[in-house]
Design a protein around this ligand. Structure first.
Ligand SMILES: [Zn+2]
Length: 314
């Protein structure tokens, strides 16, 4: 094969090849290329209110609706801003469940009419590390034959992940003291008294470096987080894979992007729903949590994100 001659790039002689604006100009005018906007789920409240504004004839009502929409959008921006903030002594973590994956995944028509089992995947991303490499992404996976996907599973994975965080940061010369957790407001999984009770238990009963854990929720419909970016990468690989017949094939794909923790091998699922109310020392705290549920709206702070904080000073 004939060797290909390469012209030496001009930067070798410390000369700039062209300015960024020149590249931009040539790229935009001389290439037939364009970038599509990433598709995101559209918030139902935003869509509904926008349509109402469009169709409202009464000017006063129209202005009121515009104010409501603006307020809603400001609150959603607040959640995104909080996630990207660099806070001293603070670890920022988000977690979310990926769309359920079918098992087996086949390109046979009959599969369409059959009942498939689901593979679940809950992912934690340490956002404060500013890097979504495998080192900072932890993925907990199990299938529906092993366990469900309620507070027991989320809480058990959360406890396991918190222990990993402890190990990771406790040896630092100045370990962080605040943990900010971000998740969507799904009441069946994240935003419920069991997860709050569990975090209270963790703060009070475990030897932890954290003296405060905040669990922060977005306004409904605006819960896009770093975990979704990880899911996007996983989905890209899954898209190309036509046949998957066992969970380990899923695990191998997950391992390309995250540290994978599998059910029973790495973590256990505890019956948190049954255990927490029975622990008498926390009965009062649990009682407070029941109160909190009914005053949920008043817990929304001025900036818009709903914060509940577990503090040792309680
Ligand atoms: Zn919205």
């Amino acid at each position: 094969m004939r060797p290909v001659a390469h012209r030496k790039p001009s930067y070798v002689h410390n000369q700039s090849t062209a300015s960024l604006s020149k590249y931009y100009d040539v790229f935009c005018k001389n290439f037939n290329l364009s970038f599509g906007h990433p598709r995101q789920d559209v918030c139902s409240f935003c869509s509904e209110t926008s349509i109402k504004i469009k169709n409202e004839i009464d000017i006063e009502k129209k202005v009121d609706l515009e104010d409501v929409l603006l307020d809603h959008k400001n609150k959603s921006k607040c959640f995104s801003r909080m996630m990207t903030e660099k806070l001293p002594n603070t670890v920022q973590v988000c977690f979310d469940m990926m769309q359920n994956q079918p098992l087996p995944k086949l390109s046979v028509t009959d599969t369409f009419y059959s009942r498939q089992a689901w593979v679940y995947n809950l992912t934690f991303v340490i956002m404060s590390e500013n890097d979504q490499s495998k080192d900072n992404c932890y993925l907990y996976t199990w299938h529906e034959g092993e366990s469900g996907r309620g507070p027991n599973e989320i809480g058990s994975a959360l406890i396991h992940f918190l222990e990993i965080l402890e190990e990771r940061y406790k040896t630092k010369s100045r370990p962080p003291t605040i943990l900010n957790l971000y998740s969507d407001s799904c009441s069946g999984q994240n935003k419920n008294k069991f997860i709050m009770g569990l975090l209270l238990y963790y703060m009070n009963c475990k030897d932890t470096i954290f003296n405060k854990i905040k669990h922060i929720f977005p306004v409904r419909g605006h819960s896009y987080m770093a975990a979704d970016q990880v899911f996007g990468r996983i989905e890209k690989v899954l898209h190309k894979k036509e046949i998957i017949v066992c969970p380990t094939q899923y695990h191998d794909i997950f391992k390309q992007f995250c540290q994978v923790k599998t059910y029973e091998n790495d973590f256990k699922v505890y019956n948190i729903k049954d255990a927490l109310p029975k622990t008498t020392s926390f009965y009062e705290d649990i009682f407070k949590l029941n109160e909190l549920e009914s005053i949920e709206d008043s817990a929304i702070n001025e900036e818009g994100a709903c914060i509940y904080s577990e503090d040792t000073s309680y």
